[in-house]
Design a protein around this ligand. Structure first.
Ligand code: MTE
Length: 308
């Protein structure tokens, strides 16, 4: 039977690994072995993409080392130090299945998708539900371009995205606490919003495996757990699906998961956030400061738990 236990990133920051230990691990990673694992052996999917000046994060970039060594990727383990383990992720060849309410269900090679889109760089703020935040230059393309390539039919209301679940390389899949694969979903309107972004790179380099190579979602106005990594399947449906964390802890994690400092997590406040690499705590903003882009998506939805 499936046992619902509180695990990993659900631990409030104060109970998580002390920063000194984290820094110890980081300096280990910064050594020769670390340098090797952060190198990307496969074809670049980010170089030379122009930065889109429209998306100014208004914050210093988080140091690349913090972004690439402090990760949540439960398929590889429940702590933040999964960057080494994640190097086993098989990323080439990579294809994505388009399924459900689409004109032609099919499997498309990632390289073929990338030939049809225009890569750009966007600097976005990222807010994890645990209370830490980072500012990252992602390379990628608008999610609406992926939707249009998939060709949903007019009745489609939700876009469901699924991560690879490979028991050979992902030790986390042995944990009975979770129902794999990792699945997330957004409405069609959210997927077509200007901000919704599909990333294939960061810091002008091919996306590191620990950050969700070779292709992941980035939704900067929602808590980070909505931004599914290493996408292998995109399904269109007219029924709202149960998502990964919602299935495990429905009283704590919902479908919408929009950032809001005034709605605390049942076990901790969401009023402030810790900036990775800066040892600084700053106030959290509603929709992570992106309300001008997205608040209209939720107008009149008074019966929905928009901020859980
Ligand atoms: N996607 C998968 N497949 N597995 C995960 O564990 N963690 C989520 C999200 N996407 C996660 C995932 C969470 S909680 C966060 S905050 C971000 O990835 C972290 O992304 P990062 O490691 O690139 O910072």
């Amino acid at each position: 039977m499936f046992i619902k236990t509180v695990r990993g990133w659900e631990i409030p920051e104060r109970d998580a690994t002390p920063e000194s230990l984290m820094l110890g691990r980081r300096s280990l990673l910064a050594g020769a072995a670390g340098a090797a694992l952060l190198a990307t052996p496969f074809a670049a999917r980010a170089q030379g993409a122009p930065r889109n000046p429209k998306y100014d994060a208004g914050r210093e970039l988080t140091p690349e080392r913090d972004v690439t060594t402090y990760n949540n990727y439960y398929e590889f383990g429940t702590d933040k130090s999964i960057s080494r383990a994640a190097q086993k992720l098989p990323v080439s060849p990579w294809s994505i299945k388009f399924e459900g309410m689409v004109g032609t269900p099919r499997t498309v090679d990632l390289d073929d998708i990338l030939k049809k889109v225009q890569l750009e760089e966007r600097v976005y703020r990222h807010r994890c539900v645990e209370g830490w935040a980072m500012t990252v230059p992602w390379t990628g393309f608008p999610m609406r371009d992926l939707v249009s390539l998939a060709g949903p039919t007019s009745g489609a209301r939700y876009v469901v995205m699924v991560t690879l679940a490979d028991p050979k390389t992902m030790p986390g899949l042995r944990s009975p606490t979770f129902e794999w694969p990792y699945v997330e979903a957004v409405t069609m309107a959210e997927a077509n919003n200007d901000l919704a972004f599909i990333a294939t790179g960061l810091y002008g380099k091919t996306l590191p495996k620990q950050n969700g190579a070779p292709i992941r979602l980035v939704l900067p106005w929602k808590y980070g757990f909505k931004s599914v990594k290493s996408i292998v399947k995109v399904t269109f449906t007219d029924k709202r699906p149960t998502t990964f964390w919602q299935g495990i802890q429905p009283q704590e994690y919902g479908f919408w998961a929009n950032v809001n400092p005034e709605v605390p997590h049942p076990r901790w406040s969401q009023a402030t956030e810790r900036l990775l690499g800066a040892e600084q705590r700053v106030p959290t903003r509603i929709y992570n400061g992106y309300g001008d882009y997205v608040a209209g998506l939720y107008a009149g939805m008074t019966n929905e738990k928009l901020f859980v």
